[in-house]
Each structure stands twice: as C-alpha cells, then as structure tokens.
Design a protein around this ligand. Structure first.
Ligand code: NAD
Ligand code: IPM
Ligand code: MN
Length: 347
C-alpha cells in the first residue's frame, strides 16, 4: 500500500484547529481509497519563535524537503511576533525555497452557501505568482527616524518568473473554459507591468485556442463583484493575486471557504497546501473556525499526489455537508460539528 509522507505545519491560532480537522478527513478518505498518510507535525509558529528565536530551525527547509507534500494551517500572531518577522521566517521562505511559483486558488460557491452577490454562477480559478514580484523582500530604509526617511520596497519581475506563471495560467485555461484574464496595473506601473503585458501578448500567440484579456487590477476588483460569471482563469502577480483572492473568498461566502495550493509544477520539491485565510486571532479560542477551506486544500493535495478519486470523495463530502446547511453560514456551526459532518459524509 502506498504511504505518503506528509509534513504538517499547523502554525498559529485557528491554523491548528483547521489542520486537525483536515487531517482527520484526509486520513479517513485515504483509508477508504486504499492508500495511507504518514504525518509528521512540526510546532513551528510564533510560540516556537518566542522559545527559540526563529520560526523554524536552521535546517527546517532541509527537513521539509524529504516530504511528498506539506499541509499548513496559518502563520502569524501579530501581538506576539511582528508579521514581517513571522511570515518571512516560515511561510514565505518555504514558497520560495521549494519554487512553489503557482498559487492556485479556486473561487466558487459550495452548495447551500449564500454568497453576497446576485450572481451565484461563477467558477473562477485564480493563479497567483508566488515567489517574486512585490514579495521579493528587497529594499530598505535610510535616514531612519528622521524627517528625510525613505522606505523602498523593490518589486522584482524576471522574464523566467513571469513567463512560467503565465504559461501555467494559459495551460489551466486551456483545460477549463478557454478564457484567461491577465491582471496588471500597466497604466501606472510602467516597467514591471508593461513587461508582464508584453509577455502575455507573446504567449497568446502560442495558445491561439485561449481567449486572453488584459485587465487593470482596479477594474478586475470591480468585475469580480459585478460580473464574476465572465471570468474563468485569472492570473495575477503576488500582491495583486493576494488581494484578489481574499475578494474571491468573500464572493464565495467567506474566508472559511477559500482553499489554496502552492504548487511546484516541475515537482523538484514538495508543494504546500493551505487555506487562503490566516490565523484569525479574533476567533482563535472560540472553536468556531470553519475548517472547510483547509479540508478543500487537502483535497487539492490529494489531486496533486495523483489520488484523484480520493480528492473527489473529499470534495463530495464537503458539498454534501454544506448542502445540508452545516458549515454553510459563517459563525453558525462549531469547527467540530462541521468536521464530524464531513467525516460522516465520507461514508
Ligand atoms: P485572517 O484571514 O486571519 O482573518 C480575517 C477575518 O476572517 C477575521 O475576522 C477572521 O475571524 C475571519 N476568518 C478567517 N478564517 C476564518 C475561518 N476559517 N472561519 C471563520 N472565520 C475566519 O486575516 P488577518 O486577521 O489579516 O491575519 C491574522 C494573522 O494571520 C496575521 O498574522 C496575518 O499575517 C496572518 N495570515 C497568515 C496567512 C497564512 O498563513 N497563509 C494568511 C493570511 C493572514
Ligand atoms: C496569503 C497570506 C500571505 C500572503 C501573508 C500572510 C504573507 O495573506 O497566503 O494569502 O500574502 O501571501
Ligand atoms: Mn492573503
């Protein structure tokens, strides 16, 4: 029997609750499908930082490299550790080190979930560039604390980085409804975004079967609310994709429903699966976090591992659960209630 080696990084706040929930569902689904999961959990988090002075050990990346996939909850607890330290100490280095350049984030309404929009017929796949762009981390501050202080945050777009994410988006569009929206702000940002638009036009020649439209990020934000049914695959840079996918989460009923996969398409290192949401300090001790986003992310992990039938089984169990009204209304059901309902829907 195939046994997959999975690293678990529950992280902070509700990350721990939703990872436990997802793991219970994934273990049960894997047993039923005839394969097994071997999970190794690491306590890397803001608490770990307070004890050890770093978010993960110096050989953390080496340790994770030996796994077939990583399941992550959420990282960050700003009251204990500044976000700029915690996220640059754990989540962001993993995405970069493992070249998880494609962050795949699906946005659609689950049955029984009432979104905020008039239109409930949308099915958007956001593809977010995940290793460079506005998240390069390059920059600095000079004349600190003086009236002349300047802070510079350098955005880095490489031809290799832009081409590979756009190509990934074109391929996804080709496998879906054949429509690609490329998002920039090339009317204001005259270097990187013009570069992105040029590469989009170049690749369009290679994918004549895909209908490509370039949008500005501001117009795209409005379109996702006003006409989400007009969108199929949406490709955006790291920061724009980050913002659009919280908007995507909102139109699908809330952050508790938005799943994501940080994928290394070349499979040279493990990919990582995590909900779009964060550690939610405001509800962290209440037992009311919606675990559906994390469970759905687990289904994306199964798909990535080639366990397609098990991925479908998990999605079907989520859909049965929300169709019954459980987990469908934000804040109504406890994490445990939703998890138990998904577990029993697996039968
Ligand atoms: P957040 O996503 O944690 O929370 C935003 C709002 O959504 C909160 O009101 C929260 O209660 C609600 N929410 C989020 N997930 C939910 C769920 N599963 N069920 C029900 N409600 C849910 O965003 P934030 O408050 O900006 O960030 C909190 C911390 O998490 C920060 O440290 C931030 O940097 C970090 N963060 C981490 C990740 C990640 O690890 N991938 C993602 C986003 C934010
Ligand atoms: C996400 C998160 C992260 C990001 C933060 C916590 C650095 O918001 O995964 O969407 O911006 O990538
Ligand atoms: Mn985000």
């Amino acid at each position: 029997m195939k046994i997959y080696q999975i690293a678990l990084l529950p992280g902070d706040g509700i990350g721990r609750d939703v990872t436990d929930a997802a793991w219970a569902v994934l273990e049960k689904a894997s047993n039923a499908a005839g394969f097994a999961l071997s999970g190794t959990s690491y306590p890397w988090s803001c608490d770990y930082y307070l004890q050890h002075g770093s978010m993960m050990p110096a050989d953390g990346i080496e340790t994770l490299k030996t796994f077939e996939a990583i399941l992550l909850g959420a990282v960050g607890w700003p009251a204990k550790v500044p976000d700029s330290v915690s996220l640059h100490g754990l989540l962001l280095p993993i995405r970069k080190a493992f070249v998880q350049y494609a962050n795949i984030r699906p946005h659609r309404l689950l049955p029984g979930v009432q979104g905020p929009l008039k239109s409930d017929h949308f099915d958007i796949l956001c593809i977010r560039e995940n290793t460079e762009g506005e998240y390069s981390g390059a920059g600095g501050r000079v004349h600190q604390g003086t009236d002349n202080e300047v802070a510079v945050e350098t955005t880095i777009f490489t031809r290799k980085g832009v081409e590979r994410i756009l190509r990934f988006g074109f391929e996804q569009a080709r496998a879906r409804r054949g429509k690609l929206a490329s998002v920039t702000k090339s009317n204001a940002q005259k270097h990187s975004m013009v570069f992105w638009d040029e590469i989009t036009r170049k690749l369009a020649g290679e994918f004549p079967d895909v209908e490509v439209t370039s949008y500005h990020i501001d117009a795209m934000a409005a379109r996702m609310v006003m006409a989400p049914e007009s969108l199929d695959v949406v490709v955006a840079s790291n920061l724009f994709g980050d913002i659009l996918t919280d908007l995507g989460a909102a139109i699908q009923g809330g952050l508790g429903f938005a799943a994501s996969a940080n994928v290394n398409p070349d499979r040279t290192a493990p990919s990582m699966f995590e909900p779009v949401h964060g550690s939610a300090p405001d509800i962290a001790h209440l037992g009311i976090a919606n675990p559906i986003a994390a469970i759905w992310s687990g289904a994306m992990m199964f798909e990535h591992l080639g366990e397609i039938a098990a991925a479908r089984t998990v999605m079907a169990a989520i859909e049965t659960t929300t169709a019954r009204g459980i987990g469908a209304i934000p804040g109504k059901d406890k994490t445990d209630t939703i998890t138990k309902a998904v577990l029993s829907a697996l039968d």
